[in-house]
Design a protein around this ligand. Structure first.
Ligand SMILES: Cc1cc2nc3c(=O)[nH]c(=O)nc-3n(C[C@H](O)[C@H](O)[C@H](O)COP(=O)(O)OP(=O)(O)OC[C@H]3O[C@@H](n4cnc5c(N)ncnc54)[C@H](O)[C@@H]3O)c2cc1C
Length: 446
């Protein structure tokens, strides 16, 4: 069900055309920069291996194919369908059909007949000292330069009794896993929105991709409850493993106030420890170090997240500190701290903030530009500011376009949109404009 029937021109006079023109202008700037850097040195026939064909890997591959016509670019990934992850919250709440988040195969977004080859396998080990890696089907692949773009690993196993296969049954939901499980989650949320009952939404303590998604799920479920008659027949709850619900203090307070208006119960420092799916009971830790068990009619599980094992257990990972296990890159240049021929992009990076597709969009040109500099024997000069963005849906037809940097300063793209106000335009961004822009980003065109 597509809910939006608004036409192209927003209430504030801002149109899809304006949005795309803005995106095109930034593309022209970075494409010019990349061409200038590539042209400034010899276009030597270097071999660049990109691990991961999600949004970061594909977008980098397309840009490098243009900038280095004599380069050999190898992209490695086993997953064939491309997931448009940002649309999963809309699938899990019945706004979009599943087909809308499956835009095609990963390979179909790579240019044909160019200097790119695609290996359908997984990397099983990195050997950065030897500038090579191993694949799970027994191949050794050498490289001159490496881009790690393996995304994130969901650690559902950390929750006792959790069974991914049962998402959609007995009130068990989780938007994060995949398009299939997002669709299955909508089945459970639709039932709950009619019958009501005890609904529990969770948040783990680890870094997660799109920290707004657990909140979007909560707000959209509240909306569905009100539409379908379940709101007065139950209780909604949000249990966070951290001391809050979002990393920006003003927005954290906004959400807590909105939850209070909806008579929700919020518990902090209560990590989800275990679930008994048949009995529909969830067990949480408490701030006092004890645990308690509650019955639920709907449970939304946000799994703890970490870097994929192949990165976590390699010499490429931070060994200690807050980012232990994540890719050890400089937060501004996105170049590896120990291996200058290695760069990281996307969710796998061990940097503060920035696990969103919007981060990928803004950091891909930085990675490409700095990689080209290094290929040409220069220091990386482009600097990433940590741009993170999330159109935070507060109800169907309304959202807040929150954009911030490493310092948690607001960095709005459109000066006429107040990031601290809900707006129809931010909803239209999320529901209609972001996917076309995302697909252009994959092709390296914005
Ligand atoms: C529910 C949800 C909602 C979201 N909402 C938004 C939003 O509204 N706005 C926004 O900007 N962002 C949003 N995001 C976040 C955004 O989708 C991600 O930050 C972004 O897609 C990350 O891209 P990536 O390339 O780093 O990872 P991915 O797209 O996950 O790609 C990683 C790829 O690496 C591959 N890989 C993993 N291990 C290996 C290996 N060993 N060898 C080879 N390949 C490997 C995987 O198969 C995968 O294809 C959302 C995410 C989710 C899940």
């Amino acid at each position: 069900m597509q809910n939006s029937t608004h036409d192209d021109k927003g209430q504030n006079g801002f149109s899809r055309r304006d949005f795309l023109l803005g995106a095109a202008a930034s593309f022209a700037y970075f494409a010019g920069m990349e061409r200038a850097i590539a042209a400034s040195g010899n276009d030597t026939p270097v071999k660049i291996v990109i691990v991961g064909s999600g949004s970061a890997g594909i977008s980098i591959a397309n840009r490098l194919a243009d900038a280095l016509p004599n380069g050999q670019i190898v992209i490695i990934d086993k997953r064939e369908p491309h997931y448009y992850w940002p649309g999963l919250t809309l699938v899990a709440t019945g706004v979009w059909p599943k087909a809308d988040v499956l835009p095609g195969s990963n390979e179909s977004f790579l240019p044909k007949g160019k200097n790119i080859s695609f290996m359908k396998t997984l990397v099983s080990a990195f050997e950065p000292e030897k500038k090579q890696l191993q694949t799970e089907d027994g191949q050794t692949v050498s490289y001159d330069y490496l881009v790690v773009a393996t995304g994130i690993e969901y650690n559902y196993e950390a929750i006792d009794g959790m069974d991914i296969e049962r998402i959609g049954q007995k009130g068990l939901t989780s938007v994060y896993h995949s398009p299939d499980k997002a669709e299955a989650s909508w089945g459970a949320i639709r039932d709950f929105s009619e019958k009501g009952g005890n609904g529990i939404f969770t948040l783990p303590a680890t870094p997660i991709r799109c920290a707004g998604a657990p909140l979007k799920m909560t707000f959209l479920t509240l909306d569905r409850l009100k539409q379908n008659g379940g709101f007065d027949k139950g209780q909604m709850n949000f249990y966070s493993a951290t001391g809050g619900v979002f990393g920006l203090p003003w927005f954290n307070q906004f959400v807590l106030d909105r939850f209070a208006e909806n008579k929700m119960d919020v518990k902090l420092k209560t990590p989800l420890k275990a679930v008994d799916i048949d009995a529909q009971k969830a067990t949480f830790g408490s701030a006092e170090g004890e645990s308690f068990t509650v019955e639920y009619d709907l449970l939304h599980v946000v799994p703890p997240m970490r870097a994929p094992k192949v990165v976590r257990e390699s010499d490429l990972a931070w060994k200690e500190g807050g980012f232990a296990g994540w890719l050890a890159v400089d937060k501004n240049t996105l170049q590896h701290n120990s291996y200058p021929e290695v760069f990281g992009c996307g969710d796998v990076n061990g940097t503060p903030l920035g696990k969103t597709a919007a981060t990928v969009k803004m950091s891909v040109p930085i990675v490409v530009s700095n990689l080209l500099s290094v290929i040409n024997g220069k220091e990386p000069e482009a600097s990433f500011n940590g741009y993170t963005s999330c159109p935070l849906i507060t109800q169907i037809g309304s959202a807040m376009l929150i954009e911030f940097d490493y310092e948690k300063n607001l960095v709005p793209t459109y000066p006429f949109i107040d990031p601290q106000q809900e707006s129809w335009f931010a909803w239209i961004m999320k529901e209609q404009l972001l996917k076309p822009a995302y697909l252009k980003m994959l092709e390296g065109k914005v």
